[in-house]
Design a protein around this ligand. Structure first.
Ligand code: ADP
Ligand code: ASP
Ligand code: MG
Length: 403
């Protein structure tokens, strides 16, 4: 029998009623497959735990953070295994350290490196359904780790990889991957098939539906993903290789962010290596610089430099720049009232004029573009946060995604 991995997100296991529903979904697969289940914490639990840590200290220890926030998954997994047992189905919950799911890297942002299959395989062979905690790991020194918010998606993909599963089904609270967040735009349409590359861009550019690392891991290991709803039984979205997809649309999807900040350094003394001197200490402090624009200096002496970072990194960035003796500038200004809106689609590789159409559509709605960045399959613009809904709606129409 083939192995299938089923992952349930927080809303899918958000109440006892939901856990009962999920147990029926799991049972429906068990005749055809050997099922491995990955579960997130019940919705709201992880946030609650993080808030408690913040009430203790704004500088809460990273080691204790991982021990604390990984606890949510222990609750949901035991409830789910308990429900299956109550239904007469052999099941058992597994925390990451029991398997173990080995991680490497820093606390809070570890990555899964290796999963020992022995115990879980034995249990599967005996007819049991293992319920594995997502989001958690353990490092080589037996410390509990976590793999970043939304990380259960990655746990599921890595389990699918190590157990050579036929497919990984991501059960969530919407029917699949949509052209844009269906909870923000009513006219968003479900996408039947999407390539790993486009999904990776959408996820990295703000679409919360899948965690970006999980898509990267799935792409590298060619894991077939199906995203579907645990609330209604409908066909979801398949995430697969580009060559399996026929799509006549230029743009596949639109993403937006709500946690960006813009930093501008005015009157920076212009000399070779200046940008490197600004960004080196930021990268050493793990601050991710996203969009960058540097004005061409009119007199060859001074220039202005603008870049974006995540808004939670703003205070740290201010401190690092103010402390940086190797740069000279007149003034530093910040803006948290910005958002990045991106259009994504492999269709733009072969279609000229996409950039123009995007900019014109925004201009007709009086939306000012502050910064632009592009790659082969995406165009991103930084705009005022208050304009995001309007921008997404007009771009959705412009590229015929409503139809
Ligand atoms: P889970 O708890 O199941 O992991 P998440 O909350 O992490 O679920 O992700 C599902 C949410 O992602 C949806 O409720 C939806 O609001 C949001 N979302 C953002 N962009 C998209 C998109 N393009 N398609 C579908 N959902 C999206
Ligand atoms: N419970 C974790 C979180 O809320 C992991 C997940 O839901 O995927 O981030
Ligand atoms: Mg999620």
């Amino acid at each position: 029998m083939k192995i299938i991995v089923l992952k349930f997100g927080g809303t899918s296991v958000g109440s006892i009623h939901r856990i009962k529903k999920v147990s029926r979904i799991i049972k429906s697969y068990s005749k055809k497959y050997k099922v491995i289940v990955l579960s997130s914490a019940m919705s709201g639990t992880t946030n609650k735990l993080i808030n408690m840590s913040k009430q203790i200290s704004s500088n809460f220890s990273d080691y204790e953070y991982d021990t604390l926030v990984s606890a949510g998954e222990q609750i949901s997994c035991s409830l789910l295994a308990g429900q299956l047992l109550a239904n007469g189905i052999k099941s058992k919950s597994w925390m990451a350290w029991q398997i173990p799911i080995l991680t490497e890297g820093k606390h809070k942002y570890s990555r899964i490196k290796y999963i020992n299959k022995t115990k879980v395989l034995k249990f599967l062979k005996s007819g049991g359904i293992p319920i594995i905690a997502g989001f958690q790991g353990v490092d080589k020194n037996l410390n509990i780790t976590t793999i970043g918010r939304g990380g259960s998606d990655s746990s599921a993909i890595m389990v699918a990889k190590f157990f050579k599963a036929e497919r990984c089904v991501i059960y969530t609270d919407v029917e699949g991957v949509y052209t844009t967040d269906p909870n923000k735009l009513k006219s968003a349409k479900k996408i039947k098939n999407i390539s790993y590359e486009e999904m990776l861009e959408m996820a990295s550019l703000g679409s919360k539906i899948m965690q970006p690392h999980s898509i990267q891991d799935a792409r590298l290991n060619r894991i077939k993903i199906q995203v579907k709803s645990s609330f209604v039984n409908r066909m979801g979205t398949i995430i697969t290789k580009r060559k399996n997809i026929i799509n006549n649309k230029i743009i596949t999807g639109i993403s937006s962010t709500d946690n960006d900040a813009k930093v501008t350094l005015l009157g920076v003394k212009d000399r070779p290596g200046i940008a490197a001197s600004i960004f080196k200490p930021l990268s050493q402090n793990l601050i991710n610089v996203d969009m960058v624009v540097q004005n061409i200096s009119s007199d060859g002496k001074e220039t202005d430099l603008t870049f974006t970072i995540k808004s939670y990194d703003l205070n740290k960035t201010k401190k690092i720049i103010n402390k940086n003796k190797s740069i000279n500038f007149k003034k530093m200004i910040f803006d948290k009232n910005v958002s990045k809106v991106s259009i994504i689609g492999v269709g733009m590789i072969t279609t000229p004029g996409v950039t123009f159409r995007m900019f014109q559509a925004l201009a007709t709605k009086n939306i000012n573009i502050q910064v632009i960045s592009t790659s082969e399959i995406k165009i991103s613009v930084l705009i005022k946060k208050t304009n995001v809904t309007k921008a997404v709606k007009c771009l959705h129409q412009e590229f015929n995604l409503d139809k």
